[in-house]
Design a protein around this ligand. Structure first.
Ligand code: ADP
Ligand code: ASP
Ligand code: MG
Length: 467
């Protein structure tokens, strides 16, 4: 089979795990599979890079030295633990330390400038994957595999210049990826590619959004028309709820792209929200597997809808770190262009809106956005809406979360919403806002954050997802 295999940070948190992942790849390569490996940054490294970049932007020079030292130590140690062959080790350490020296220069540069642009932030973040790909490539060579590594945009992923959330330009990407990777996999070598990173047409480094290595995997899978894309993670596939929140969550054996998309969009961190698109467009199945239990079947994501009468609801999810914003003013009643104005301001600032509601009195519009976009959203809205006599204030509330109930079987099945809201009400949790997508694949609603987990667990029981 021709496969793209993506390994997340959780699968390569420490040396023993890196060795384990390398042996999984070797075993599949030895069976005659043609393999492209996509690798994420080691667990926690992307968060550390964000913190380092932010500290650099406030000219905290001392913390950079300490950070670079610890990052170098972590990756050097991983190489030393995993790579036995002296020559391979030496080469790997050399490449690693060249990248670390470059990163240090960039961080020092940011301290001089005292500012962090989205473009330089992406460049800093790209080092997590660059370093882990070097380590993994060394580990695979040490196991006797012939590999070729592609760092950053080298393998041909071209994106727009929306730094931090870049999108691939699929036509050129498809062509370049085919040109660069196909000869390698056809020759029986394993291609190792950094996840998460692309490049603009001008050669600037971009990132595909948090969790973006999943997206890299499906972009490459679609370009190479592979048989399947395998997403290896630390749990047994896509589950009925986040097992960290609901311990009785069960693995979903088969699910459709559209349902998995709803789950990803509504915060099932297991998958990047856009990652399903390239695979779904080309009909390439995605398999999610557990590196810690490689023989478990995991979850298969396929085109066809999987509706069984007993499972109208397939999964429940909770999304946190949100902000509920309300734009209000008596003057908004009957003013036809206010909603358009609000959402075009948010669109211009590239703020992702997760849910919207407008009361029938029209005196306010409420919507939910990620907490990280709060300042940008409120500033932009105040600047363009206040003072026109229509909008009186823009307020925000922090202590909320969204609960989403997902399943293709909800379409046309009456009574699901009633069961959802009854189960939540029985927990004494107050519902603040409700939305049902017209696709009827999900019902989502806002509750106070303190009641979120209670509501999620009640729904998991109500729809017997633990059975
Ligand atoms: P990786 O490093 O492999 O990309 P992530 O941390 O991004 O891993 O995603 C895996 C995590 O997603 C799991 O450990 C799990 O806690 C979380 N998760 C949230 N919702 C779900 C779900 N419905 N099914 C599976 N995992 C989920
Ligand atoms: N390392 C990136 C992140 O932490 C991408 C990924 O893990 O998929 O968001
Ligand atoms: Mg992830």
């Amino acid at each position: 089979m021709k496969l793209v295999m993506k390994f997340g940070g959780t699968s390569i948190g420490e040396s023993s795990r890196i060795r384990h992942v390398a042996s999984i790849i070797r075993d599949h390569a030895r069976k005659g599979n043609k393999i492209v490996v996509v690798i994420s940054a080691m667990s926690g490294v992307t968060d550390e890079l964000i913190e380092a970049a932010e500290k650099a932007s406030i000219r905290d020079r001392g913390s950079i030295e300490a950070f670079v030292k610890s990052l170098a130590g972590k990756h050097n140690k991983a190489c030393q633990d995993v790579i036995k062959n002296g020559e391979i080790l030496e080469q790997t350490l050399r490449s690693l330390n060249e990248q670390i020296a470059e990163l240090e220069k960039i961080l020092v540069g940011i301290t001089y400038l005292g500012e962090l642009t989205p473009r330089s932030r992406d460049y800093v973040l790209s080092f997590g994957e660059k370093l882990s790909a070097i380590v993994m490539s060394g580990a695979l060579k040490d196991l006797g595999l012939r590999t070729e590594s592609f760092i950053g945009g080298q393998c041909g992923i071209v994106t727009d210049d929306c730094f931090g959330e870049a999108k691939p330009l699929m036509n050129i990407t498809r062509q370049q990826v085919k040109e660069k990777l196909e000869p390698i996999v056809e020759a029986g070598e394993v291609a190792v590619v950094t996840g998460f990173i692309g490049t603009t047409q001008d050669g600037l480094t971009t990132t595909l959004g948090r969790g973006g290595s999943d997206y890299t995997a499906t972009i490459l899978g679609a370009a190479l028309q592979v048989d399947e894309v395998w997403i290896w993670t630390d749990v047994d596939g896509l589950m009925t709820a986040d097992p960290k929140v609901e311990p009785s969550a069960k693995t979903i054996p088969v699910i459709s792209f559209s349902e998995a998309m709803e789950m990803a969009y509504f915060g099932a961190k297991a998958m990047h929200p856009r990652a399903l698109e390239p695979a779904s467009e080309r009909g390439i199945p995605i398999r999610m597997k557990n590196t810690f239990s490689p023989d478990s079947p995991g979850t298969l994501i396929v085109q066809e809808r999987q509706v069984k009468p007993e499972s109208v609801v397939k999964a429940v999810a909770i999304i946190r770190n949100l902000e509920l914003i309300t734009v209000s003013g008596a003057g908004m009643v009957g003013a036809p262009d206010i909603a358009a104005k609000v959402f075009s301001v948010l669109g211009e600032k590239r703020i992702n809106v997760l849910m919207i509601s407008q009361s029938s009195s029209e005196a306010n519009i409420s919507f939910v956005i990620p907490r990280t976009s709060l300042e940008k959203a409120v500033n932009a809205l105040e600047l363009s809406l206040l003072g026109n006599g229509l909008v009186k204030e823009v307020t925000s509330e922090t202590d909320i979360c969204i609960i989403a109930v997902v399943g293709a079987g909800m379409k046309g099945t009456p009574g699901v919403a009633a069961r959802v809201f009854k189960a939540v009400a029985e927990q004494g949790v107050n519902i603040r806002m409700i939305a049902q997508g017209s696709s009827e694949l999900n019902i989502s609603f806002v509750v106070e954050e303190s009641g979120g987990v209670k509501a999620l667990r009640a729904l998991h029981r109500e729809f017997r997802l633990d059975c």
